[in-house]
Design a protein around this ligand. Structure first.
Ligand code: ADP
Ligand code: MG
Length: 599
């Protein structure tokens, strides 16, 4: 796969720089954060709508920042949720004093990371709320609609939020209307070929000749099922039938219609699809309101498309029709003539200064908010204040270095495991995270506790994604749970810190043993470690004795169906391979054991 890029690691930064250089009339970069705000935002007294997610989906999400739509966009690495830290900084820069509405697709990584930003904003007295987009009808049954993932229908949800906030609605109203939009939007899609992450050689999945995938994901996840390829008119019938069968009870008879291309499907093919969709909708008595055909949410170069129906009532139609002018989407509404909206949107107005959130409260308290663990404040404060450094701090840094080597050596394998039912970024994210963790403690002379807190904080911010939040919280909580002085660190203290950290991980991700996640490796390891320590073993001995339990836990995930994270949308299809996070966690523990033995 040939791509136009420099170094893969610089892809996101260079992409954002180029975007802002081109569209400075619409958006500005938030200093010190991976995100943008609309020119003119924040507007005092106006609710700010903040969208975001991984990149690779353009024009979602940051192409929709501008007048009448989103006030700010948080931009993660390709297919990877931005970190909680980045979401927080961008939201702070967009805050106009009337509250923040976050709206984004329902993916574990985004939910965890934006959730941490929301918690932190609230703790600072800023009213922040979240509306998840859950339009993909094929990703979960109707009675579990809140588990569905967000795909192309997010466009209408964002448009509703932006229009409501722009006309001056208060936060409760913006939130309620945005929820209503999400409750009335449905999408179904098909895919014909996977996509390739910049810098990688292989596509995330391939579709056998003559076959197609029904139920596409927008991260190169395989479909929900593979079926023989059929002509366009039959795809039209499949998608229309699927959406009509799932229509809300009070749908009415008018729906905005969107045919969305995933990046590798031509507009001409989508027109061919639409010529078959239009009469099917008419025959069902539905007025197709302002159909749009194009790319609204892509998945890199994936081939495929989706059909969205947005069931309009009068309120939602008014918001749909309102003026919006952004880099990727422009619509002039009834309000365009008398509000000066267009002049403002093209940068004629003076931009409000963007708050530089770079120097936010540093250190200990910040960690608590991001980890989101009640009662950990004191423990973290203790760990943050550098206590007596003994040899354990040195061992901790050696262990992190050993882990980085192990993860870099297995990065491609972890990517492949994640691609089986997820989005293939797990190896990239773990390597990025541990590189940042090792950098953060390079030259640091403090004890083990403070070392792990630093490493975990850096990991969380750099890795992004579900595992960024989860593994970052795990590392940070190990650090905050260890005694402040290395003199007091022994096998029992370390086992206790691991137990505290394990409690933090399900707290963030709500995963239990058997859900096919990293918890399946960590939980049996913790039990075995406790038992060995209780029997009088030293830490290196206990660690070695517990590793087989971690390995068995990891292997047990092969036969499981995923119940957490993005793989959970694939049901039975997630069975048959070990979980990516469970595997990387085993490698982490094994590398730490190697470092302990050598120490
Ligand atoms: P993302 O899903 O955001 O792409 P990664 O690919 O880095 O994140 O990590 C995926 C791994 O994270 C999964 O294999 C699983 O072990 C773990 N995971 C995902 N969601 C959860 C969750 N809600 N709770 C616990 N673990 C999770
Ligand atoms: Mg992933």
């Amino acid at each position: 796969m040939k791509r136009m890029l420099n170094e893969a690691a610089a892809f996101r930064e260079e992409m954002v720089d180029g975007f802002v250089a081109a569209y400075g009339r619409h958006v500005r970069r938030v200093p010190g954060a991976s995100g943008i705000v609309a020119v003119g935002a924040p507007r005092p007294g106006k609710v700010s709508v903040v969208v975001g997610g991984g990149s690779g989906h353009y024009p979602a999400f940051y192409g929709l920042v501008g007048r009448g739509l989103a006030d700010a966009g948080v931009i993660g690495d390709v297919f990877t949720s931005p970190s909680g830290e980045q979401a927080y900084r961008v939201a702070r820069a967009a805050d106009g004093g009337a509250g923040i509405l976050f709206t984004f697709g329902n993916y574990s990584g985004d939910v965890l990371n934006f959730g941490m930003a929301e918690t932190r904003l609230r703790a600072e007295g800023i009213d922040a709320r979240t509306v998840l987009v859950t339009d993909d009808v094929l990703s979960a049954p109707k009675d579990e609609a809140d588990r569905r993932r967000g795909i192309a229908g997010g466009f209408y949800v964002f448009k509703t939020a932006g229009a409501s906030a722009t006309r001056g609605d208060d936060l409760a109203t913006v939130e309620a209307l945005t929820r209503r939009a999400n409750a009335r939007v449905r999408t179904a899609g098909v895919a014909f070929a996977g996509c390739t992450i910049p810098g990688q050689e292989e596509p995330l999945f391939t579709v056998p000749a003559g076959q197609m995938e029904v139920g596409l994901g927008i991260h190169g996840e395989p479909g929900v099922r593979t079926v023989p390829q059929v002509p366009s008119r039959e795809i039209a019938r499949l998608l229309v039938d699927t959406l009509l069968a799932d229509a809300p009870a009070d749908a009415g008879s008018r729906a905005a219609v969107l045919v969305n291309g995933l990046g590798g499907t031509k507009y001409e093919e989508m027109f061919v699809l639409y010529q078959a969709v239009a009469p099917l909708l008419a025959a069902a008595g539905i007025e197709a309101y302002e159909p749009q055909i194009g790319e609204f949410v892509t998945s890199l170069d994936m081939a495929g498309c989706s059909l969205t129906l947005f069931w309009l009532d009068d309120d939602l139609r008014a918001l749909h029709d309102a003026t919006a002018v952004t880099p990727a989407y422009t619509r002039l509404g009834p309000d365009a003539g008398d509000t000066g909206a267009i002049a403002g949107a093209v940068g004629a107005e003076t931009a409000a200064p963007v708050a530089d959130t770079d120097g936010g409260a540093a250190g200990t308290v910040e960690v608590v908010d991001r980890v989101g663990i009640d009662g950990a404040r004191d423990a973290i404060a203790a760990a943050g204040a550098v206590g007596a450094a003994g040899s354990f701090g040195v061992t901790a840094r050696a262990a992190l270095g050993e882990v980085l080597r192990a993860i870099e050596a297995t990065e491609a394998e972890l990517g492949r495991l994640d691609a089986a039912a997820g989005d293939g970024d797990h190896g990239l994210g773990m390597a990025r995270g541990f590189r940042a963790a090792v950098d953060a403690v390079d030259g640091f002379g403090g004890p083990a506790g403070a070392t792990f807190v630093r490493a975990g904080t850096a990991f969380m911010d750099a890795a992004g994604g579900a595992s960024g939040a989860l593994v970052g919280a795990w590392l940070t909580t190990i650090g905050s749970s260890l005694p402040a002085s290395d003199d007091a660190v022994d096998a029992a203290a370390f086992a206790a810190a691991l137990a505290a950290a394990l409690a933090a991980v399900p707290l963030l991700g709500q995963a239990a043993v058997g859900d096919k996640t990293l918890v399946d490796t960590l939980a049996p390891f913790g039990e075995a470690l406790d038992a060995a320590v209780g029997g009088g073993a030293t830490l290196p001995e206990a660690w070695a004795a517990a590793l087989p339990a971690a390995e068995a836990g990891m292997r047990s995930t092969e036969g499981m169906v995923s119940r957490r994270g993005r793989a959970s949308r694939l049901g039975e299809r997630s069975r048959g391979h070990v979980d990516a996070g469970a595997t990387s966690m085993f490698y982490v523990l094994r590398a730490m054991g190697d470092a302990l033995r050598e120490a």
